[in-house]
Write a protein that binds this ligand. Structure first.
Ligand SMILES: C[S@@+](CC[C@H](N)C(=O)[O-])C[C@H]1O[C@@H](n2cnc3c(N)ncnc32)[C@H](O)[C@@H]1O
Length: 264
C-alpha cells in the first residue's frame, strides 16, 4: 500500500516536472524568436525599421506629434522609456522631463539613440537590456512610456513586467503605452512574425489582474483609465486598430481597521 502511494506521488512529481520543463522550453523559445526578429530588423537603424513600414517617413510626421500630444504632462518628471529603439520619442521626452532612462535590447538601436539624443540632452541614461530581465529601484519613476513594445512579449512575460512596473512607479505615477491591436500595421513582409496582436480588452484584463499590497494593508492594482485609437493610422492606412492606453495605479481594496473587544 505504502509503495503504491509512493509510486503515485513520484508519478505526480514527474508530471509536474515535465509540465514545468515544457513551460520553460516554450518561454525560452518565445524569447529567442522575439530577439531573432529584432536582430533581423536592426541592421539599418532607420525609421522604416522602427515602424516596419516603407512609408514610415510620411507616417511619422503625423503619428509622432499625435502620440506626444496624447501623453499626459511629463514636465519635470522621471520617465522610463521601454523599447526606445533609435529614440524617435526619447529626445522629445527628454525636452520636458527631469530625467529619462531609455531602454532597448538591441545594442545598435541603443547606440544610435545615444549618438543622436545623447549629443543634445544630458538628462538621458541609455540602457541596453531585455525588459523581461530588467530591474529598477522601487518607486523611482513618475511615468513609464512605451510605443510598440508590449506586443513583443508573451502574456506571461507581460504579467511579470506589469507587476514590476507597479513597483517601479512612484505614487500617482502612470503608464502610457501604444500598441498595434488585432493585426499588424506595417507593410514589411515577414515570413515569421512572432508579434502578439492583442485587443485593448486583453490589455485591460492583463493589467487589472496585477495587484500590490501596500505596507498599510491596502491593495492596489493597475487600471486602464483611457484608451483611444491613433488617428494618423486611420487617415493614412484606414487602420483604426492602433491604440494608446493610459494605465494608473488604483486602490482595489482599502484595509479596514477591525475593532477588537476584550472579553474578560
Ligand atoms: C516597433 S519598435 C518601436 C521603437 C520605438 N519605440 C518607436 O516607436 O520608434 C519596437 C522596439 O522594441 C524593442 N524591443 C522589443 N522587445 C524588447 C525587449 N524584450 N526588451 C527591450 N526592447 C525590446 C525593439 O528592439 C525595438 O526597438
Amino acid at each position: 500500500m505504502k509503495d503504491k502511494k509512493r509510486q503515485a506521488s513520484s508519478q505526480l512529481d514527474n508530471e509536474e516536472t515535465k509540465q514545468f520543463l515544457a513551460a520553460l522550453v516554450e518561454s525560452n523559445q518565445t524569447r529567442d524568436q522575439m530577439t531573432e526578429f529584432w536582430n533581423k530588423h536592426s541592421m539599418a537603424q532607420s525609421v522604416e525599421e522602427m515602424m516596419l513600414d516603407s512609408k514610415a517617413e510620411t507616417l511619422t510626421q503625423d503619428e509622432h506629434p499625435e502620440v506626444m500630444g496624447m501623453l499626459p504632462c511629463i514636465k519635470g518628471k522621471d520617465v522610463l522609456e521601454l523599447g526606445a529603439g533609435i529614440g524617435r520619442f526619447t529626445g522629445d521626452i527628454a525636452k520636458d522631463a527631469h530625467h529619462v532612462t531609455a531602454v532597448d535590447f538591441m545594442q545598435s538601436f541603443t547606440d544610435k539613440n545615444e549618438e543622436v539624443n545623447g549629443a543634445k540632452f544630458n538628462n538621458i541614461d541609455f540602457v541596453c537590456a531585455d525588459v523581461t530581465k530588467l530591474d529598477r529601484p522601487q518607486g523611482s519613476y513618475d511615468v513609464i512610456f512605451s510605443n510598440w513594445l508590449l506586443m513583443y512579449l508573451s502574456d506571461e512575460e507581460l504579467e511579470k513586467l506589469a507587476l514590476k512596473m507597479l513597483q517601479w512607479l512612484k505614487d500617482d505615477g502612470f503608464l502610457f503605452f501604444r500598441e498595434s491591436c488585432y493585426h499588424s500595421s506595417g507593410d514589411m513582409k515577414n515570413s515569421e512574425n512572432p508579434t502578439v496582436y492583442r485587443t485593448p480588452q486583453m490589455y485591460t484584463d492583463l493589467f487589472s489582474a496585477v495587484k500590490k499590497q501596500l505596507p498599510n494593508g491596502d491593495v492596489t492594482r493597475l487600471e486602464v483609465v483611457t484608451y483611444r485609437s491613433v488617428e494618423a493610422y486611420a487617415k493614412h492606412k484606414q487602420n483604426k486598430h492602433q491604440f494608446f492606453l493610459v494605465v494608473e495605479e488604483s486602490i482595489l481594496k482599502r484595509w479596514k481597521q477591525r475593532k477588537f473587544t476584550r472579553i474578560s
